[in-house]
Design a protein around this ligand. Structure first.
Ligand SMILES: NC(=O)c1ccc[n+]([C@@H]2O[C@H](COP(=O)([O-])OP(=O)(O)OC[C@H]3O[C@@H](n4cnc5c(N)ncnc54)[C@H](OP(=O)(O)O)[C@@H]3O)[C@@H](O)[C@H]2O)c1
Length: 288
C-alpha cells in the first residue's frame, strides 16, 4: 500500500511497483484514475480513515509517501504541516505496528542544514525550514513507534511528470518552451535522484529485509542546479540563452534552502544493493 499515490513520487511508485506487486494506493483530495490499482480515500490526520483501508486491503508493506511537500507552503502553514508530516506519519506508524505491517517512511535531504554535504545517516540533522523540521519530527515519531521501521531520506527527485505535479524536469522544460527564463542556482548542491530508483529501493527492501532505521537514497552525482541544467541542456538541446545561472540571493522571495544537502548512499548500497541511475541515463529514459 502506498500513501500519496496521486502525488509526484507516489504516482510513480504505484505505477512502477504494480508491475511486480499487487498495489493499492491512497489519495487525499486530488484523485487520479490513471493509476491502475485499487485506490482508497485517506486523510492521514484521521487515524480511522487510515485504519479502515488497511483493514480492507491488508498490506504486507506500507510505503508512506503522503506529505505536505511544498517547502514554501509549509513555512506559511506551520501547524498544518506539523499535523500532516509529524502527527499524520505517527498515526500511520501506530496502525502499522498494531497490524504488524512493516513501514517505509519517505523523508527528505532537507532535514540537514547544508553546511557539510555528503551527509551520512549518523550526521546530526538540523533543518533550516519548517518543512525540514516537520519531516524530521515525523521520522523521529515513526522510529520511536518501532525501531523496525525504515526511513528513506530521499534527495531531490526528478522523473517524468505525474497527473497533478509536473516535477522539476517537465516544469523547467515547459518554462523554456514558453520562452520564460529558467534560473539554475550555482550555490545549491543536491544529489538528484531518479524516481524509478526509489521504486527499485523499495523492491530491494521487500526482497532483502534490511534492519530498521534511516537510509539515505541519492543519485550517484553531487551537482549544483546549474550543472544539472547543463545535463538537461545536453539531453533536450535547448539554447544557451535559457540556461541562466543564478545565486539564491538573486531570488529573495523564495524560502531559504540549504546550500549543500548532498547525501551519501553507501549504507543503502551495502544493506540492500541500492544502485542509483546516472543522471544522463535517467534523462534519456525520461525523454524516451
Ligand atoms: N519531490 C521531491 O523532490 C522530494 C524530495 C525529497 C523527499 N520528498 C518526499 O517524498 C514524498 C512525496 O513528495 P512529492 O513530491 O511526491 O509530493 P506531492 O506531489 O505533493 O504528493 C504528496 C501527496 O500527499 C497527499 N497528502 C497531503 N496531505 C495529506 C493528508 N492529510 N492525508 C493524505 N494524503 C495527503 C497529497 O494529496 P492532495 O494533493 O490531494 O492533498 C499528495 O498526493 C513526501 O514525503 C516528500 O516529503 C520529495
Amino acid at each position: 500500500m502506498i500513501t500519496g499515490a496521486a502525488g509526484f513520487l507516489g504516482y510513480h511508485l504505484t505505477f512502477l511497483l504494480s508491475d511486480d506487486y499487487t498495489v493499492a494506493g491512497t489519495f487525499h483530495e486530488k484523485m487520479t484514475s490513471v493509476v491502475p490499482v485499487q485506490l482508497y480515500k485517506v486523510d492521514i490526520t484521521d487515524p480511522e480513515s487510515v485504519e479502515s483501508c488497511v483493514d480492507i486491503f491488508k498490506p504486507d508493506y506500507l510505503v508512506h509517501a503522503a506529505a505536505c511537500a511544498d517547502v514554501d507552503w509549509c513555512e506559511k502553514n506551520p501547524e498544518e504541516a506539523m499535523r500532516v508530516n509529524r502527527d499524520g506519519s505517527a498515526h500511520v506508524a501506530e496502525i502499522c505496528v498494531k497490524h504488524s505491517i512493516p513501514l517505509i517512511l519517505i523523508s527528505t535531504d532537507l532535514v540537514f542544514d547544508g553546511k557539510k554535504g555528503d551527509y551520512i545517516e549518523k550526521d546530526d540533522p538540523n533543518p533550516i525550514n519548517l518543512y525540514g523540521k516537520s519531516k524530521l519530527a515525523g521520522e523521529r515519531r515513526v522510529l520511536d513507534i518501532s525501531g523496525d521501521n525504515i526511513v528513506f531520506r530521499v534527495a531531490l527527485l526528478f522523473g517524468p511528470d505525474s497527473p497533478f505535479k509536473k516535477g522539476y524536469i517537465v516544469g523547467t522544460m515547459e518554462k523554456i518552451r514558453n520562452g520564460e527564463k529558467a534560473y539554475f542556482f550555482k550555490d545549491q548542491y543536491r544529489t538528484p535522484l531518479y524516481t524509478a530508483d526509489v521504486a527499485s529501493a523499495i523492491d530491494h527492501v521487500v526482497q532483502r529485509k534490511p534492519s530498521g532505521g534511516v537510509y539515505h537514497l541519492s543519485g550517484p552525482d553531487k551537482l549544483n542546479r546549474y550543472e544539472f541544467g547543463l545535463k538537461m541542456q545536453e539531453a533536450y538541446g535547448f539554447k544557451d540563452e535559457f540556461l541562466i545561472p543564478a545565486l539564491m540571493e538573486d531570488l529573495p522571495e523564495l524560502m531559504p534552502r540549504p546550500k549543500d544537502v548532498s547525501l551519501n548512499h553507501k549504507k543503502a548500497s551495502s544493506a540492500f544493493g541500492f544502485d542509483p541511475t546516472d543522471v544522463e541515463v535517467a534523462l534519456r529514459s525520461i525523454i524516451a
